[in-house]
Each structure stands twice: as structure tokens, then as C-alpha cells.
Ligand binder design. Structure first.
Ligand SMILES: *[C@@H]1O[C@H](CO)[C@@H](O)[C@H](O)[C@H]1NC(C)=O
Ligand SMILES: *[C@@H]1O[C@H](CO)[C@@H](O)[C@H](O)[C@H]1NC(C)=O
Ligand SMILES: *[C@@H]1O[C@H](CO)[C@@H](O)[C@H](O)[C@H]1NC(C)=O
Length: 332
């Protein structure tokens, strides 16, 4: 009997090793320690914010602080467009303090911030935002193009969506984008999709959440990002991720049907009120709010709940996803 258990453990270990070795991706993996005894996770999500406090950025920051304290959050996710209008010029750019350190000052926000880049960040010096100098100035800052973040039963897959958008290459208007380390574009995109697919397939997390700057589905001003619909969405569908979270449209939005991927936009970190909403099936469009605000996310083993707040902290919308206990036999 004991021998049988031992054998099983050994075979299991062998499988695990082969499994991991056979699926190496180049995406950086990070672990955020679980602190709550039941393993649950509370976080905030904000996007499109860095305006030195302007356009209600400071009001949103204040409410994030209050909600962050109530929920005892573990960390904050930034979905990009971290610094307007044109990212940072270098790692000594004072916008870093003026738009980040001096704005999100509430004690509850003194947590790790995990950030991706937006199109406005790519209009500046990308290596500045990725630089190790910024975390020395403000330890909360973590920014990477694409990476995987594990926290207990949740795994977040952060994706650099900027290189997908063809217009930035073929019709950039008066803007210049910092494509250092991204070209050749086709290779960058195919490597990224390959690595992402491997990482999601490898994941045994209860909840799989993908984060990017650009929307896959949106009724907002920019409209769906067709390149992501074509190339990213099939991977999310095939691997049955639970949600995709983005910014880019300066609004708060929830698109989704029960039992399918939920598409969440949290792009209300500062300038909003664009006044543009495109027609969308009302059965799917569960929230469209054109103003400022942010989102919270609470994940437990059986449920994931997200709540949207406006600039005064009023709850605009909330939604809960439930996970049935899987009866499927799993080797791992
Ligand atoms: C800031 O928020 C207030 C309250 O919702 C709103 O009246 C005002 O228009 C907002 N300001 C900007 C610049 O969006
Ligand atoms: C971009 O920022 C990095 C880090 O501060 C700096 O070393 C580099 O010179 C900057 N590049 C340009 C073109 O300014
Ligand atoms: C580029 O900038 C010039 C000068 O500000 C302006 O006249 C022109 O319309 C702009 N072009 C585009 C495509 O935005």
C-alpha cells in the first residue's frame, strides 16, 4: 500500500518535470504571496491615468484608497497609458512622481502595482518605464511588456497588446512609437502568442485572467481591436480563460454572457466623458459608464466578483462568476 503511494508520487513527479520542461516559454513568471488564510484575493484595477492629478485623477486615486482599505487589497493592476501624453522621456522624468508617487498616496495603495504599457507609453521612452531605476524611486512600481503573475488560485497573464495594432505601424500620424526590442513585428507577435498559449495551457490555477491595454470587445470610441479579435481571442477561448481586462477606452464597461469570457474595461483613471458609445447587444453590454472610476476584483475558490466604482466611490455595477467544483480527474 505504502509502496503504491510512493510509486504514484514518483510517477507524478516525473510527469510534472517532463511537463514543465516541455513547455518553456520566455515570459517572466512572478509570484505574489497569498496572505489571507482562506487564500482569497482582493485587488484594484485602474487604467489610463497619468495626468499629474488632472482630469479627476486625484479624485479617483482618493476613492481607490478608501475602497482599497475596505477590501484590504493585495495589489493594484494598471492596464496601461500610465503617463500622458507621451509616456516618460527617461527614468529621471519627474512625471513619474507627479503622476504616480505623489497621486496614489493613500496607505492602502502602498502595495505592489503591476503594470502593462499602453499606446501613449509607447509614444515615449519605453525602456524608461521598464527600467530598474523606477522601482528604486518607488518600490511599488513593476512594469513589464508581457508576464505571468501567480497568486494562489489565480493566474494573471499580462499581454503587450500594442504591437498588434497595425495602424501604429502603417499610419502613425504625427506620433512616433518606440519599437526598440519589438521589431521585427511579426516575430514578436508570434513568439508572444506562442508563449502565452503555453503558459495558459500549463496553468492549473482555478481562475485565469488575461490583462492587456487594448480592448478585444468594446462599445467605446476606439471600437473592437480587430487584430486581437483575430489573433488573441482564439487563444483565450480555446483555453477557457475567465476574463479579459483592458483599458484604452476611457470608460468603465462590462461585456459578457453567462458562462463565457467576460470582457472588462477599466480605463477611467483620469480624462473621460468622451460622449461616444457604439451600438451593442444590450444582453451582452452589462455596463457602459462614460466617466471616471476604477474596478475591484475579489476572488475566492468558488467565486470571482468584480465591482465598478465612480469618481465618488458609488458602486455602478457588480457581477459574480461562480466556479463549480470540477469532478474531472486531474493528475496534478
Ligand atoms: C470630475 O468629476 C466630477 C464629479 O463627477 C464631474 O462633475 C466633473 O465633470 C469631472 N471632471 C472632469 C474633468 O472630468
Ligand atoms: C530612455 O531612457 C533610458 C533610461 O532612462 C535612457 O538611458 C535612454 O537614454 C533614454 N533614451 C532616449 C532616446 O532618450
Ligand atoms: C500633424 O501636425 C500638424 C501640425 O500640428 C497638423 O497640421 C496635422 O494636421 C497633423 N497631422 C495629423 C495626421 O494629425
Amino acid at each position: 500500500m505504502k509502496m503504491g503511494v510512493l510509486m504514484f508520487s514518483f510517477v507524478r513527479l516525473m510527469f510534472l518535470c517532463i511537463f514543465i520542461n516541455g513547455s518553456l516559454s520566455k515570459l517572466e513568471r512572478l509570484e505574489h504571496p497569498v496572505t489571507k488564510s482562506d487564500g482569497s484575493l482582493n485587488i484594484l484595477v485602474v487604467g489610463d491615468w497619468g495626468r499629474k492629478g488632472g482630469f479627476n485623477q486625484s479624485l479617483v486615486a482618493h476613492q481607490m484608497g478608501i475602497v482599497g482599505e475596505q477590501l484590504d487589497i493585495e495589489f493594484v493592476i494598471s492596464v496601461g497609458d500610465n503617463f500622458y501624453d507621451d509616456g516618460l522621456t527617461g527614468d529621471t522624468d519627474p512625471s513619474f512622481e507627479a503622476s504616480f508617487s505623489h497621486i496614489y498616496t493613500h496607505p492602502s495603495l502602498q502595495k505592489q502595482w503591476y503594470s502593462v504599457l499602453g499606446n501613449h507609453d509607447y509614444r515615449g521612452n519605453v525602456s524608461a518605464q521598464l527600467s530598474q531605476v523606477l522601482p528604486q524611486k518607488d518600490w511599488r512600481w513593476f512594469c513589464c511588456r508581457s508576464f505571468v503573475l501567480c497568486s494562489g488560485m489565480v493566474e494573471f497573464f499580462f499581454v503587450d497588446t500594442n504591437p498588434f495594432v497595425e495602424k501604429y505601424f502603417t499610419d502613425p500620424g504625427n506620433h512616433t512609437y518606440d519599437w526598440n526590442n519589438v521589431l521585427p513585428r511579426d516575430k514578436y507577435i508570434s513568439n508572444l502568442l506562442h508563449d502565452l498559449d503555453l503558459e495558459i495551457k500549463k496553468s492549473r490555477a482555478t481562475w485565469k485572467i488575461v490583462v492587456g491595454h487594448h480592448a478585444i470587445k468594446t462599445a467605446g470610441q476606439h471600437g473592437n481591436t480587430q487584430e486581437l479579435v483575430d489573433h488573441l481571442l482564439p487563444i483565450l477561448e480555446e483555453n477557457k480563460v475567465d476574463m479579459y481586462i483592458n483599458g484604452h477606452d476611457h470608460c468603465l464597461q462590462h461585456i459578457g454572457s453567462d458562462g463565457e469570457i467576460q470582457f472588462l474595461t477599466s480605463g477611467g483613471g483620469s480624462k473621460a466623458w468622451r460622449g461616444i458609445i457604439q451600438p451593442w447587444d444590450p444582453k451582452e453590454l452589462k455596463l457602459y459608464y462614460d466617466g471616471q472610476g476604477f474596478m475591484s476584483l475579489h476572488v475566492s475558490h468558488s467565486q470571482a466578483k468584480f465591482i465598478y466604482y465612480d469618481v465618488s466611490g458609488n458602486v455602478l455595477h457588480q457581477y459574480t462568476l461562480s466556479k463549480k467544483k470540477s469532478k474531472r480527474f486531474s493528475l496534478f
